[in-house]
Design a protein around this ligand. Structure first.
Ligand code: DGY
Length: 328
């Protein structure tokens, strides 16, 4: 095992992490923390791969083929802080002998809550109402003021029924009496689906035609890029809402703006963006759109749990054991 001056493996941590994570990281490893929390450039990421035995990146660090081609490469593991790992070129990582891990499970509930928050906010005009009160324009209760769309009893269409999709289905059915339909190319076992009371559909298009709310829970892959394009948005009901807290590029943001302008769909709740942190300017001006800054896993509890899970993966790897969450 290579090691730093302290005799412990050197681990570069790309962003500030909660203190209960940074402390054990610094105890277990020769941890190089990012005191000012600046996002690392491609050059800094490459330097880290040259200098450290392991990297603890987050979901905004673009570990491209070019960055991973660095010479000489010292790092042997990318212990990602986050469940999504589409920012890592896993083919190149594998070719360079780098193990890649992620942090599943621990963020499922909070991310599902975030999807329901978007759904409720967009249906009940939560963001718009809040802006209205803050602006001082509110003149008081009246029967016709700011009417939204009922959620209870409506049909929720899930694209993807993985861990987070299932947690959303459970909340929607048990909390809001929603009917849940879904499409997933690799669905969970039939017993899991039937316990959830979710109804499978043969295709994404079938879900879109039937749902009052569509929520995206697919991983970001070349196959799911722009899954929600102009054609698919046009399949949605005119009064339907789109929710996305998976990954931005699953939605063609230009097509979404056009669909919202034309009234093809009623609104959208977005926690992630195609060119994050940039947001298509038109979206910023639309009242029927809820925009959140990638908050899915953003609770104290989950952000600590994610860090401890990444730490667990690093410890296993440097102890010579298979890390629990290896994805490449
Ligand atoms: C993830 O983990 O992939 C989320 O997008 C950030 O928590």
């Amino acid at each position: 095992m290579s090691a730093g001056r302290s005799g412990r493996p050197v681990v570069v941590v790309t962003r500030r992490l909660p203190r209960p994570v940074e402390e054990p990281l610094a105890r277990e490893f020769d941890a190089r923390l990012n005191a000012d929390d600046h996002p690392l450039s491609a050059v800094e990421l490459a330097d880290a791969l040259r200098a450290a035995d392991g990297l603890l990146p987050t979901v905004t660090d673009r570990l491209t083929a070019q960055v991973l081609a660095v010479e000489p490469l010292r790092a042997r593991i990318l212990a990602n802080y986050g469940v999504g790992f589409n920012h890592i070129d896993t083919v190149s990582a594998k070719a360079r002998g780098l193990v890649v891990t992620n942090t599943p499970d621990v963020l499922t509930d909070d991310t599902a809550d975030d999807a329901l928050m978007l759904l409720l906010m967009v249906a009940r005009r939560g963001g718009e109402g809040e802006r209205h009160v803050r602006s001082g324009a509110w003149t008081g209760w009246r029967p016709t003021h700011m009417l939204g769309t009922r959620v209870t009893g409506k049909t929720l269409g899930l694209i993807g029924l993985g861990r987070i999709g299932r947690a959303v289905a459970h909340r929607a059915r048990s909390g809001f009496g929603m009917r849940v339909i879904f499409h997933d190319p690799s669905p969970p076992p039939a017993a899991v689906v039937s316990e959830l009371g979710a109804e499978p559909r043969a295709s994404v298009d079938d879900v879109l035609r039937e749902a009052d709310f569509v929520s995206l829970h697919s991983p970001a892959t070349p196959e799911t890029r722009h899954l929600m394009d102009a054609r698919r948005l046009a399949l949605m009901k005119r009064g339907a809402f789109l929710v996305n807290n998976a990954r931005g590029d699953i939605v063609d943001e230009t097509a979404l703006v056009a669909a919202l302008k034309q009234g093809t769909i009623a609104g959208a709740g977005l926690d992630v963006f195609e060119h994050e942190p940039a947001v298509t300017p038109d979206l910023l001006t639309m009242e029927n759109v809820v925009l959140l800054p990638h908050l899915g896993s953003a609770t104290h509890e989950t952000r600590i749990a994610m860090g401890l899970r990444a730490l667990e993966n690093l410890k296993a790897f440097f102890a010579g054991a298979p890390p629990r969450d290896r994805v490449a």
